[in-house]
Design a protein around this ligand. Structure first.
Ligand SMILES: C[S@@+](CC[C@H](N)C(=O)[O-])C[C@H]1O[C@@H](n2cnc3c(N)ncnc32)[C@H](O)[C@@H]1O
Length: 205
């Protein structure tokens, strides 16, 4: 998780459609975001967004203030190239979510699919949660998708933590109210099935 070089190599070695986490559409994330984000100007950040098409779909849906953050510049370059001229409407941050300086009390929606579960060190999880608490506005939403309890133990050759909606919510703590959760059976490009849990929380006001 910590190693930028690992992730740069992944995106340099594989096409974005070949990685196990590839989705043709980020349908569940988009639906959950649309259900709670009714102001198109509300800032949205996709943390560890990689080369995901969520950013394309957020722009298509009319969201005007979208940031994509990722450790791997190679991943952001893929997304930017795909978007062409529309890439200028997005803020791109090549950074580590644990340490990047983000604006305080700013984001209306924080989204993370398949990033938080790589944090196997409690200190890294605490640093991540502190970033969320600092940079999401009061009343803002935090949507985190991880491998579920019956999901894989590894991804991209790295160990992961697996969660239920309850354990994921508890990891974030009492500042967050659980709004909804959902399980998803993700089918990888190679045809494997992976159980995900999506947990939508609201930061207390
Ligand atoms: C499994 S991929 C998921 C990508 C994307 N969220 C999706 O659903 O397609 C994990 C992503 O997290 C990024 N990443 C890993 N550690 C990170 C960190 N500490 N800070 C920011 N991004 C990180 C990787 O570069 C990679 O793009």
């Amino acid at each position: 998780m910590q190693h930028k070089s690992h992730w740069e190599n992944v995106y340099e070695a594989k096409s974005p459609e070949a990685v196990s986490w590839y989705q043709r559409h980020a349908a569940r994330s988009l639906a959950l975001i649309r259900a709670v984000a009714d102001d198109p100007r509300g800032p949205i950040i996709d943390v560890g967004g990689g080369a995901s098409v969520l950013v394309d779909e957020l722009l298509d849906a009319g969201y005007e203030d979208v940031t994509v953050l990722d450790l791997a510049g190679a991943a952001l370059a893929i997304a930017r190239a795909r978007l062409g001229a529309r890439a200028d409407r997005v803020r791109w941050l090549e950074a580590d979510v644990r340490t990047v300086a983000l604006p305080a009390a700013h984001y209306a929606v924080w989204h993370d699919r398949a990033v938080f579960h790589f944090l196997t060190d409690p200190a890294d999880r605490a640093a991540y949660v502190a970033q969320v608490e600092r940079s999401v506005r009061a009343g803002g939403y935090v949507l985190v998708a991880t491998f579920a309890e019956d999901g894989p133990t590894h991804c991209s050759g790295l160990p992961v933590e697996r969660y239920s909606s309850g354990s994921l919510h508890r990891t974030f703590g009492s500042a967050f109210d659980l709004v909804s959760s959902a399980r998803e059976d993700h089918v990888t490009p190679a045809g494997a099935h992976q159980s995900f849990v999506y947990c939508l929380c609201r930061l207390g006001t």
